[in-house]
Design a protein around this ligand. Structure first.
Ligand SMILES: Nc1nc2c(ncn2[C@@H]2O[C@H](COP(=O)(O)OP(=O)(O)OP(=O)(O)O)[C@@H](O)[C@H]2O)c(=O)[nH]1
Ligand SMILES: [Mg+2]
Length: 347
């Protein structure tokens, strides 16, 4: 999964990136805001650790999330310029960072307003795309289906609403997917609080607004968490606890993103590798197989499946078989979170 950190200038995007990845966004010596940073974070999952302990594989691979920091927008106060758009072009989800601390000039934060303004920027960006495309299509006689969907989008956007919760059929979705509308991307809102507000309840107005926008919301004190992320791994848990933070920002953010995107994990196990994979909930076995390798999807015969919890309780594959819990599933099987899967295929 790829998540793009976006927002207005000086809201703490780069600081959050450092907190999430434990790495500085740009090489030292260069301006910290000059470049778009990429950081890979492993998805914490005790189940993978446990399976690895049982199989003693040569290699253990956790699922990963790529966070993208976006370069400073020079066109302040506008939050979206070409560089930022390019940085998030391939993001599965947008993480909008809101300022929850007094800025350099001592101005108090207004996170609700900021979220509304940023959503408006996403909407305007999409509106521009839709209008240009419709103008072009007006000169042609075909593409009626595309025109019809774009008209629906235009209506929404023109009324100042995001495309996030616009219901589209799978045909319609396909017709507009290449536009990668920003206001349709799943949105995660991070309120970047001041040190004194770390751990305080979220402002209720912002909670309501995020709900209305179809977004997930969480608060993080990026400055504190970036400090902690720089400490040796062994010391991090103690420092978090001393600040009243249960879980590092990266773990909380990844969990929210998985919930938002409705992602689940399944596992493949063996002597060579124990590995976690991510798919959308509701995916059929061949789709899950494609995550592992396209050949496995093409030559899919069946999937041998054990659910993680039952497996841990039983203790071994042999015992699972004896209990009748080692299942053989076909093409129509919907993969469940925690499934341990062995694909049988023939190419
Ligand atoms: N008090 C407080 N200050 C913060 C926090 N996070 C960031 N800041 C400060 O806010 C300023 C901007 O932080 P950055 O992380 O560079 O923000 P940015 O959004 O990446 O900024 P641009 O890339 O320039 O748009 C810095 O002076 C940070 O020290 C926070 O959690 N609390
Ligand atoms: Mg920055």
């Amino acid at each position: 999964m790829r998540a793009g950190l976006v927002g207005f200038p000086q809201t703490g995007k780069t600081t959050l990136f450092e907190a999430l990845t434990g790495q500085a966004a740009a090489p030292s010596g260069s301006s910290r805001t000059a470049k778009s940073g990429l950081g890979v974070v492993r998805v914490p999952d005790d189940r993978v650790t446990r399976l690895s302990g049982l199989y003693h594989p040569k290699k253990t691979t956790y699922a990963e999330v790529v966070f993208v920091d976006t370069p400073r927008s020079k066109a302040a106060p506008s939050g979206l310029d070409a560089a930022m758009l390019q940085a998030v072009a391939e993001a599965d989800a947008l993480v909008v960072v809101l300022r929850g601390f007094d800025d350099m000039g001592g101005r108090a934060p207004n996170s609700e307003r900021e979220l509304q303004d940023f959503d408006a920027e996403l909407i305007l960006s999409d509106l521009g795309i839709v209008e240009r495309r419709l103008e072009r299509l007006a000169k042609t006689r075909d593409s009626d289906r595309e025109k019809a969907v774009l008209e629906r989008c235009l209506e929404r956007l023109g009324a100042g609403s995001a495309l996030r919760d616009l219901e589209l059929s799978s045909d319609e979705e396909r017709a507009v997917s290449s536009f990668a509308f920003l206001s349709r991307r799943p949105l995660l809102v991070v309120l970047n609080t001041s040190e004194k507000d770390a751990g305080a309840p979220l402002p209720s107005g912002l909670v309501t607004l995020a709900q209305q926008s179809g977004a997930q919301l969480l608060s993080v004190c990026a400055a504190v968490e970036a400090e902690i992320a720089r400490l040796p791994q062994a010391d991090q848990a103690d420092f978090l606890a001393s600040m009243g933070i249960d879980e590092p920002a990266s773990a909380r953010l990844i969990r929210s993103a998985y919930a938002l995107l409705d992602y689940i994990s399944f596992f493949t196990v063996g002597e060579d590798e124990v590995r976690a994979w991510t798919v959308r909930r509701g995916s059929l076995a061949p789709r899950a197989a494609a995550r592992v390798h396209s050949d496995i999807e093409r030559g899919f015969i069946r999937a041998e499946v054990m659910s993680y919890d039952a497996f841990i309780e039983a203790g071994s594959e042999a015992r699972m078989k004896a209990l009748g819990q080692f299942r053989v599933e076909g093409k129509d099987y919907v993969v469940a979170d925690g499934d341990i899967v062995n694909f049988r295929f023939n190419v």
